[in-house]
Design a protein around this ligand. Sequence first.
Ligand code: AP5
Ligand code: MG
Length: 189
Amino acid sequence: MRYYILFGPPGAGKGTQAKQIVEKYHYLHLSTGDLLRQEMAAGTELGKKAAELINRGDLVPDEVVEGMIRNKIASNRDVAGFLFDGFPRTIAQAEALDAMLTEFGGKVDAVLSLTLPDELVYERILHRAQIEGRKDDTDRSIIENRIATYHDKTEPLISYYKGHGNYREIQGNDTIENVFTALCGILDE
Ligand code: AP5
Ligand code: MG
């Protein structure tokens, strides 16, 4: 069983690349953002609590996303692998994931990190706002908070995974096709 993380700031192209990767490699795509948005759409208690945080550009509590991921891993033992998108996002989540995978007899095979400068994050997300209508995409100040949260809470994971020797960086500021080719190069190693 393979375990890959698609890492990067908001708008880096995680979701876009994840779709193509799972089509080619048949891994299970687990996006904590998508899972939380499903809860929001279904109007569950969890969804209502998450909506407040997400629509401000803040993270939801670690335990919430860790629980979601654990359930998905535990209930899908027959897949070729997992592609995490938007998880882990804090050092605590990364440590929880390591502990979980040890329990399931695996490890993070590689962290596929898409880079993108902050100016391009705004450009891409404001463009997507017109297409997808995600509430956290519509307002510049919310995007600003998502970027600040990324630098503050999520970027420290780069050193964490570099220390584990499984960190791989890919230029996100390239065409969708070129980024996909670079990712496949790593996945095919
Ligand atoms: P989440 O849904 O994970 O959002 P995000 O990390 O902000 O990332 P995005 O989905 O905005 O961007 P993406 O990298 O997927 O880019 P995409 O491919 O769409 O999280 C949302 C919220 O949920 C968080 O803020 C938090 O509140 C909560 N949450 C989620 N996970 C959590 C966790 N683990 N812990 C705590 N809270 C959590 O591309 C963006 C746009 O650019 C698209 O329009 C696309 O078409 C375009 N594009 C993509 N690639 C290219 C390219 N190469 N060239 C030109 N355009 C491109
Ligand atoms: Mg996404």
